[in-house]
Design a binder for this molecule. Structure first.
Ligand SMILES: Nc1ncnc2c1ncn2[C@@H]1O[C@H](COP(=O)(O)OP(=O)(O)OP(=O)(O)O)[C@@H](O)[C@H]1O
Ligand SMILES: [Mg+2]
Length: 247
């Protein structure tokens, strides 16, 4: 379980989160929604201990990570598979080396073991045929899949964290990524998917959190989200509705 206990966070004088209380089980399938700059990515960074709250505590499986040092945070981060917003593949490395990177860095696997592990992971996300391509040669959807493959390289996470996994993709690719996200969670491992695409979130998540002005304006199921009276959320949903179906 991830617990935010009265978390506040600012970048300099810019207050992003105010006294946020939140509990998320590792099995839950959660979408964190909100407009640009509302603090969605910040929440993921806090979970990973990449930034520290100004006030409050963050507990991961009962373990207070707020005051942990960098070397102690490695075990915390290993619980998660993380796909960042930018996708961030290394441009100068081909797909195989991008996925192999963490294996080379953190394990003593032989070349043969690395090769077979990379092929296995790429196969599991449906891009084995891209193994020798460079990032610039990948379509947007393939790029996202390879980013997901890379996040899986080090083993089986307890939970997936996705930052805008379908943003910038055409509806077909976005749909495929949603399917992959759903497939990866079939065995009960949950995810937190940060997105501003409500239509995509509705396809895969069953708990929805809407961030506004540093607080959780909404936390509930899809019925509650779609029937809310909160004008900020209604406007958001209607706006997204006009942008096409997504996945
Ligand atoms: N490293 C940083 N230094 C200063 N301000 C930052 C930094 N990162 C983010 N911010 C600011 O903090 C606020 C929240 O950022 P965050 O990236 O969490 O938003 P977001 O909801 O993920 O937005 P988007 O939908 O555009 O990705 C924004 O106003 C942003 O400009
Ligand atoms: Mg973001």
């Amino acid at each position: 379980m991830i617990v935010f206990d009265g978390v506040s966070f600012s970048y300099g004088s810019r207050r992003v989160l105010r006294d946020v209380h939140l509990s998320v089980g590792f099995h839950e399938r959660v979408a964190v929604l909100g407009g640009s700059g509302e603090g969605k990515t910040t929440i993921l960074r806090l979970i990973l201990g990449l930034i520290k709250p100004d006030e409050g505590r963050i507990l991961i499986e009962g373990d207070d990570i707020t005051a942990k040092r960098e070397e102690e945070l490695r075990d915390v981060r290993m619980k998660f598979s993380i796909v960042f917003q930018e996708g961030a593949l290394f441009d100068s490395l081909d797909v195989k080396e991008n996925v192999a990177y963490c294996l080379r860095e953190y394990t003593s696997m032989s070349e043969e073991e690395i090769d077979s592990r990379v092929r296995e992971i790429l196969g599991s996300v449906g891009v084995e045929q891209a193994i020798h391509l460079m990032p610039e040669e990948l379509s947007g959807g393939m790029h996202r899949r390879v980013s997901i493959a890379r996040s899986l390289a080090l083993g089986t996470p307890k939970m997936f964290l996705y930052d805008e996994p379908t943003t910038g993709l055409d509806p077909v690719n976005a749909d495929n990524i949603c399917r992959l996200i759903a497939d990866l969670s079939k065995d009960g491992r949950g995810f937190i998917m940060v997105t501003h695409k409500v239509s995509d979130a509705l396809k895969v998540a069953d708990r929805f959190i809407f961030l506004k002005d540093g607080s959780l304006l909404f936390d509930g199921d899809s019925r509650g989200l779609l029937h809310t009276d909160a004008p900020e959320i209604r406007m958001f949903i209607e706006e997204i509705g006009h942008q096409g179906q997504g996945c």
